[in-house]
Design a protein around this ligand. Structure first.
Ligand SMILES: [Zn+2]
Length: 261
């Protein structure tokens, strides 16, 4: 069994067959799914989706840096409200993205910091996104977030320096199908061995990032493809598939506090 810790299940590309996608993932051994909340509205939709699928889907509640420009004064109270529900298992995804800069950087920093403080207040895990913003991202975590608050650097695609700093900050590391990309992700394979076995988690980031080493590389990504990512990672680590699945399953369940499955 595997847990996909990052599925954008409220994405419109799943509107026609969301139930079939979840059923196919379960058939492939991927269950439960953690839906990623990317704005206050999306987090609400993700929660509605998770409620209808008790025990098979959980969700995060947060605002992605791309959406930070749209945050109003009620954003944090509304996320706090959502976070009360047992289906909501982390705050995020939140962080900084200076690669696209869809929101002005000071606005990104403001809302990232507020969400870090919310996670600290509620003692909930943080689901973190960082692209090309390492220094500011680390500074905000160091100034606002004690090590005791659990956090995952989702979709890790960076290099050794960033990896070691994240581990030092107490981060878990989320690995996506980026690791299957021979052009952009080959550098990740030799780094995997530096991630302690009790800090590694797996995710598809569906419908994005379809593993390039799959025949369906040009179509929509789905959580079933987590099996392929786990195979790639276990081969790179010289572990059996069963060993790696058991480790990452346990890590994900403990990290998100999912004790029912
Ligand atoms: Zn992300």
């Amino acid at each position: 069994m595997l847990i996909d810790i990052g599925v954008n299940l409220t994405h419109p590309s799943f509107d026609k067959d969301r139930d079939a996608v979840i059923a196919a993932a379960e058939k492939a051994g991927v269950c439960p799914l953690i839906i990623t909340g990317t704005s206050v509205e999306e987090s609400r939709s993700a929660y509605d989706c998770a409620v209808g699928l008790a025990g098979r889907c959980f969700t995060t509640a947060g605002v992605h840096p791309h959406e930070a420009y749209d945050c109003g004064a009620d954003a944090i109270p509304r996320l706090r409200e959502l976070a009360r529900f047992p289906q909501v298992v982390a705050i995020g995804e939140c962080g900084l993205d200076y690669n696209r800069d869809y929101s002005p950087r000071p606005v990104q920093r403001k809302w990232f910091e507020k969400q870090v403080l919310l996670a600290c207040e509620l003692n909930m895990p943080l689901f973190l996104h960082e692209r090309d913003a390492f220094d500011d991202f680390v500074a905000i975590l160091e100034q606002n977030c004690p090590k005791t608050v659990k956090k995952v650097a989702h979709c890790f695609t960076a290099h050794e320096k960033e990896l070691f700093k994240y581990l030092e900050l107490g981060c878990y590391i989320g690995i996506t199908g980026w690791v299957c990309d021979e052009r952009r992700g080959a550098h990740l394979l030799p780094l995997l061995k530096y991630i302690p076995a009790d800090r590694l988690m797996l995710e598809t980031d569906s419908p994005f990032l379809t593993p390039r080493s799959l025949p369906c590389a040009h179509s929509r990504n789905t959580p079933s493809n987590l099996v392929h990512i786990a195979e790639t990672v276990s081969t790179a680590l010289g572990k059996t598939f069963a060993e790696l699945s058991a480790e990452t399953f346990r890590n994900s369940r403990e990290f998100f506090g999912i004790n029912r499955v």
